[in-house]
Design a protein around this ligand. Structure first.
Ligand SMILES: Nc1ncnc2c1ncn2[C@@H]1O[C@H](COP(=O)(O)OP(=O)(O)OP(=O)(O)O)[C@@H](O)[C@H]1O
Ligand SMILES: Nc1ccn([C@@H]2O[C@H](COP(=O)(O)O)[C@@H](O)[C@H]2O)c(=O)n1
Length: 251
């Protein structure tokens, strides 16, 4: 598909005829979703929450009895692949929650995938290259309709390896666990810092050490440690970097 690129200032627009793509990769709780949402709102770009795709497949695989919560059982990759291929998935922005609603087989999947248990299911099935391959086109197609801000682990390294902007947003495991504790307490739930920290570390370990599309910065990514930055400061730094890469902000 050949389209003009209305939102970049660089002089390569005659040769790079496509919509701009901004990738925000990094570990769980680094603040990717927060900055991705704000960028997509300000720029009027679509948002890809790729983690939600893996969460949905993970949840469906668990519900189908294909895995255990504690990762003690070997998982049949071909069965998860078949299940993935049977799902019809669409994304719809939700201005109230500040997230994207996911429609799976005509049903809205809401907050039920946004918890650490389902994050764990997701990281168990995310190791499978065939499953990742099955989700690839759906993700790449999102950049053929408008500008895109994509949040995940392999946006800059695999899915949009020629993206205009790549950011790898991280924070210490302790800072990320603290954020989760605050998030849960604010939602009126209980939270155990040590248990959350252990879960975050286990998921980091699985995501960073898998052989297919491990979580790591692209060679040309900006590395940003948000451990001591609030969400506004992260946004401002990412915005400045985007501008330096030729992305136009009107405000
Ligand atoms: N820079 C920041 N400082 C403190 N808290 C933050 C910061 N950025 C985001 N948060 C808060 O931390 C929590 C996790 O943020 P967010 O959901 O954006 O992270 P994430 O990287 O997308 O995580 P996941 O990959 O698990 O979806 C949220 O409660 C969010 O409001
Ligand atoms: N591009 C991606 C995105 C996510 N994953 C896996 O899904 C898990 C959940 O992701 P969140 O961003 O919603 O926390 C994550 O731990 C990864 O295992 C992925 O592999 N690739």
């Amino acid at each position: 598909m050949t389209v003009s690129n209305p939102n970049t200032n660089n002089n390569s627009e005659m040769t790079s005829l496509r919509y701009p793509v901004i990738c925000i990769d990094g570990p769980s709780g680094a603040g990717k979703g927060t900055v991705t949402w704000r960028l997509s709102q300000v720029l009027g770009y679509q948002l890809l929450d790729s983690g939600a795709l893996y969460r949905i497949v993970g949840l469906k695989a668990f519900e189908a009895g294909l895995m255990t919560a504690d990762a003690s059982q070997a998982i049949d990759e071909m069965a998860v692949l078949a299940l993935t291929q049977s799902l019809e998935i669409a994304f719809v922005p939700n201005n109230e929650s500040g997230r994207v609603d996911i429609i799976v087989n005509s049903e809205v999947v809401g907050e039920q995938v946004r918890n650490e248990t389902v994050g764990g299911y997701a990281s168990q099935i995310a190791v499978f290259s065939k499953v990742r391959q099955a989700l690839l086109k759906l993700q790449q197609d999102m950049a053929t309709r408008s500008g895109l801000v994509a949040d995940g682990r392999d946006m800059g390294t695999v899915v949009f390896s020629d993206a205009d902007v790549k950011v790898f947003l991280t924070a210490s495991a302790e800072a990320r666990a603290e954020r989760r504790v605050t998030q849960l307490l604010n939602a009126g739930q209980t939270a155990d810092f040590e248990a959350i920290l252990a879960t975050i570390k286990a998921r980091d370990d699985r995501d960073e050490n898998r052989s297919t599309a491990p979580s790591k910065p692209a060679k040309d990514a900006l590395l940003l440690d948000s451990s001591h930055l609030d969400a506004d400061a992260v946004y401002e730094q990412v915005k400045q970097y985007c501008q330096a890469q030729g992305i136009c902000f009107n405000s």
